[in-house]
Design a protein around this ligand. Structure first.
Ligand code: QAP
Ligand code: CO
Length: 168
């Protein structure tokens, strides 16, 4: 097990499109374990492989209060979304310290493989719905700040670049 390095916006590698996993083998399960350890250590509620510079379609989520309900999604796909949208204040481990409102479909149905390669379908609402949509966006190379105005995006970029220089 290992805590992996999380890429920080505006790293261009966050905009790469992840490739589907063809076999859920031991290497994929090791990636899942490392991603879970990284997410819990952060701490965060969701992490996509893209954020740890692995461009494969793998997501881990735990929105439980007790942090003991890990959800693993390999090759996740949204197969249905509600017409009505909801606004939620989002953050991201790749955009530390920045939170802003994003509107997304209120409910989604997701199809994916679990860590054994077994297909499952999950109806998601509330925080889980926001989180899985946010994480699938990462796999498609999209970061939540891209839903904000150009002005906000450039402010966030300079803030994070300044913070990067301060630690360097
Ligand atoms: C995505 O985000 C998400 O800025 C997961 O300083 C967020 O785990 C989905 C975090 C909100 C739905 C709603 C962010 C930790 C964690 C930070 C996270 C930070 C430390 C973000
Ligand atoms: Co994120």
């Amino acid at each position: 097990m290992a805590v992996l390095t999380i890429l920080r916006y505006p790293d261009p590698r966050l905009h790469r499109v992840a490739q589907p996993v063809d076999v859920v083998d031991e290497a994929v399960r090791e990636l899942v374990r490392d991603m879970a350890e990284t997410m819990y250590a952060a701490p965060g509620i969701g992490l996509a492989a893209t954020q740890v510079d692995v461009h494969r379609r793998v997501v881990v989520i735990d929105v439980s209060e007790a942090r003991d309900q890990l959800l693993v999604f390999v090759n996740p796909e949204i197969v249905a979304r509600s017409q009505d949208e909801k606004i939620y204040e989002e953050g991201c481990l790749s955009v530390p310290g920045i939170y802003d409102e994003v509107s997304r479909p209120d409910r989604v149905t997701v199809r994916a493989l679990d860590e054994r390669g077994e297909p499952f379908t999950l109806d998601c609402e509330g925080l889980l719905s926001v989180c899985i949509q946010h994480e699938i966006d990462h796999l498609d190379g999209r970061v939540f700040v891209q839903y904000l105005s150009r002005l906000k995006q450039s402010r966030i970029k300079s803030r994070l670049q300044k913070a990067e220089r301060a630690v360097a």
